[in-house]
Ligand binder design. Sequence first.
Ligand code: FES
Ligand code: FES
Length: 155
Amino acid sequence: MDNYEKISMVVNGKNYSLEVDIRESLLEVLRNRLHFTGVKQGCSVGECGACTVLVEGLPVNSCIYLAVWANGKRITTIEGISKAGELSRVQQAFVDEGAVQCGFCTPGLVLTATALTQTGRKYTDEEIKREISGHLCRCTGYNKIFNAVKRVLNE
Ligand code: FES
Ligand code: FES
């Protein structure tokens, strides 16, 4: 049985066509084949949010998202967030609030917060907490992370 399929996807604005094992996760393809190592591998079972990327602008846990499902889709990783070497508004808010310690959870959180900014709506404190609750920070800097996300959503 042939376990491979050809897929095409746009990652950070650039088109990629490659053959993937139908059992490969998007995380594995992004990190190991395309070398977007800003996508972090934590739990591998959809619990920690470290592997979050945007698929068509919405956050997904790429460790439990098959690469074949990304066929024809637009993917954004942390490498695609800054423009011309300038930090994005969300990245700057994380810096300004000191919301980064080891940084392992940061790419996923920045991507989820970026998706929230793109909805164009306001979020209550409780809603912000719920929206970022899928991200575990081993360094437990949750207050500063919350402050960074709140700051950028209230700008
Ligand atoms: S590595 Fe994907 S959710 Fe933890
Ligand atoms: S900053 Fe270390 S895991 Fe969140």
